[in-house]
Design a protein around this ligand. Structure first.
Ligand code: 5GP
Ligand code: ZN
Length: 114
């Protein structure tokens, strides 16, 4: 998709601090971090949200979750605990409509989130 911010990051048209990459996923630091570790994990292909990604049905959603855990391990937050969030739709706060898992950790995270 030509007018998608995260597709442009995949295409390296917009810079990002990449922390993890596989053949089908990319993970980079959120530009406005909400925790000491705040990384976004995306499929390189364009899917609007988590539901559409799940429907892709070729193991790609698994790849994104595995990459999220790999990032947590790499960032040193896996043992203490971390949160994986897919904001889905405007009322949930989704602002970029290329599915992304927020991986948050490195501080106490409150529940439920606001
Ligand atoms: P959403 O609100 O859609 O769940 O999350 C979008 C996230 O993308 C936000 O946390 C926001 O800070 C992040 N973001 C927006 N623009 C950029 C950008 O250009 N680069 C990076 N690395 N993150 C971005
Ligand atoms: Zn996209």
């Amino acid at each position: 998709m030509t007018d998608c911010l995260f597709c442009k990051i995949v295409a390296k048209e917009i810079p990002a601090t990449v922390v993890h990459e596989t053949a089908r996923t990319l993970a980079f630091r959120d530009v406005n971090p909400q925790a000491p570790t705040h990384v976004l994990v995306i499929p390189k292909g364009h899917y609007e949200n988590a539901a559409v990604l799940a429907e892709a049905d070729d193991g790609l959603a698994d790849d994104v979750l595995k990459a999220a855990d790999a990032v947590a391990v790499q960032e040193g937050v896996a043992e203490a605990g971390y949160r994986v969030v897919f904001n889905t739709g405007p009322q949930a706060g989704q602002t970029v409509f290329h599915v992304h898992a927020h991986v948050l950790g490195g501080r106490d995270l409150h529940w439920p989130p606001g």
